[in-house]
Design a protein around this ligand. Structure first.
Ligand SMILES: Cc1cc2nc3c(=O)[nH]c(=O)nc-3n(C[C@H](O)[C@H](O)[C@H](O)COP(=O)(O)OP(=O)(O)OC[C@H]3O[C@@H](n4cnc5c(N)ncnc54)[C@H](O)[C@@H]3O)c2cc1C
Length: 443
């Protein structure tokens, strides 16, 4: 570990901790969270090296997006502290049309604007800024020996390698991890309309630019929504969550390219959600991107945030490495942005030791304020039995009362209130706060 004086003179700042040179930080993994951390910490005055097993070109063009990574409302403000919004209205939407079991349909007008941008584009834009502003990008796959040596040369090494690989350096926190198995089998594909226009779903909603959430209690859920693809621009994403043992899970597992994924979604809509099947039939794959689809499953896992290498180097988990959630409530990338923005602010101000105690304290604050609520909101959207009454209560009200639909979808943006929702009366009280705010149907 690099040693630093603990006293500060007049020209000393937390970023240099009493030395002339800025304090060195390593970030391993250049997905959206690693790229964001590298940029934010460079801007906070540190000497940052970003290690990536892939070149920039490979990260952008030769892998699928890790996930859809929609930022719902509140997280956009945290994200803007890392870098201002550059994607605007092309990627924005503010309502979902929901159907449950082919039954009553309702519009859920959000009281925020969600933004859905190809995570490969966002990460690449941040890497470009990081390099322009003097950051270093090291192309190499970091193994255990290399991690030991990197951690020895930096005051802290942030591990942002996603759900696999180096994540195993951090023990699983079984008390905080909500499940030990994946809860859904996932399939997603990004698609376009013939002329790049919006898709309207007259069978479901009169809104001009609405996402869809279609739920079949036996089969799973499908989200369809606007998306800004890195090459094709304004496009749409289909994102399916199949319950294990369902016919849809079997179908999803058979996807082998973007075209087969789209065919599977078409068939699923004809079978379960025929009101919007004609619009899904009219979508096309994006020919220029053979990586525009993804299948698999996420084991929701929360890890201990701090570890040491064999030689004692300090490792800190961020992004999916720290908290991996089922994507059904769209919390993963949001949590990553919130964690990175807070970490950069804290290290900018921190004058004490950088040690396990500091990074555990910072993570615990992130967990209490954001991680735990996100994990619980995800359980609610998964229909976990402990939220059965709450879910029934939201859906029971939503068809008649748009404030209930707004309140439900607000949990994607600000999940904190979920911690107080245990039954019908809690939902009633929560929905009332939206009625008082004057939420109105936008349809
Ligand atoms: C289908 C799906 C939909 C989703 N939808 C949403 C949503 O709507 N909203 C939301 O907020 N979140 C969503 N998520 C979650 C979100 O996509 C992730 O939380 C986020 O992209 C994780 O970013 P990350 O940088 O932590 O990890 P990753 O994107 O996995 O990046 C890790 C990087 O580390 C690199 N790496 C790995 N090992 C090494 C090594 N040894 N050496 C060097 N480099 C290494 C990898 O190549 C990769 O580039 C979704 C996820 C899925 C699967």
């Amino acid at each position: 570990m690099t040693q630093h004086s603990s006293t500060q003179g007049p020209s000393e700042t937390p970023a240099n901790n009493g030395t002339r040179a800025p304090r060195p930080i390593a970030v391993v993994g250049a997905g959206i969270v690693g790229a964001s951390a590298a940029l934010a910490l460079k801007r906070a005055g540190f000497d940052v090296t970003l290690y990536s097993e892939r070149t920039r070109e490979e990260l952008r063009d030769e892998v699928p997006a890790t996930g859809t990574a929609i930022l719902f409302g509140d997280s956009r403000e945290h994200d803007a502290r890392i870098e201002g919004d550059r994607y605007g209205a092309d990627a924005a939407f503010a309502t979902s049309a929901v159907t449950v079991n082919g039954g009553p349909t309702f519009d859920a007008p959000y009281d925020y604007e969600a933004q859905s941008v190809d995570v490969r584009l966002r990460a690449d834009d941040r890497i470009a800024l990081f390099l322009d502003e003097g950051g270093r990008f090291a192309h190499r796959r970091v193994d255990d020996a290399e991690l030991d040596s990197i951690a020895g040369e930096h005051d802290v090494t942030l591990v942002a390698t996603g759900k696999g690989g180096l994540a195993e350096r951090f023990p699983v926190d079984s008390e905080r991890s909500p499940y030990t198995e994946p809860q859904r089998y996932l399939l997603t594909v990004t698609v376009r309309t013939a002329d790049g226009s919006d898709v309207r779903f007259p069978g479901r909603t009169e809104n001009d630019r609405s996402a869809l959430l279609s739920i079949d209690p036996e089969d799973g859920e499908v989200f369809v929504g606007p998306y800004l693809h890195k090459d094709a621009g304004p496009s749409w994403v289909l994102l399916g969550f199949a319950r294990f043992g369902s016919e849809t899970e079997k179908a999803y597992r058979g996807a082998h390219d973007a075209a087969s994924a789209l065919d599977i979604f078409r068939a699923q809509h004809h079978r379960l959600f025929p009101d919007v099947a004609p619009q899904i039939d009219a979508l096309d794959v994006i020919d220029s991107d053979e990586h525009s689809w993804l299948k698999g499953a996420v084991t929701p896992t929360v890890r201990k945030p701090v570890a040491r290498t064999d030689s004692g180097g300090l490792l800190v988990a961020i992004g999916d490495t720290a908290i991996a959630v089922d994507p059904i409530a769209g919390q993963g990338a949001q949590l990553g942005a919130i964690q990175v923005a807070a970490l950069a602010d804290a290290l900018r101000e921190e004058t004490g030791e950088w040690d396990e105690e500091l990074f555990t304290r910072l993570f615990d604050a992130h967990w209490e304020g954001h991680g735990k609520p996100s994990v619980e909101a995800t359980s609610l959207f998964l229909g976990d039995p402990k939220y059965a009454e709450v879910v029934g209560s939201f859906f029971g009200r939503a068809a008649e009362n748009p404030a209930a639909a707004t309140a439900l979808f607000d949990l994607l943006s600000v999940p904190g209130p979920v911690l107080g929702l245990r039954g019908e009366e809690d939902v009633d009280r929560f929905v009332r706060t939206f009625e008082e705010r004057g939420a109105t149907v936008s349809a």
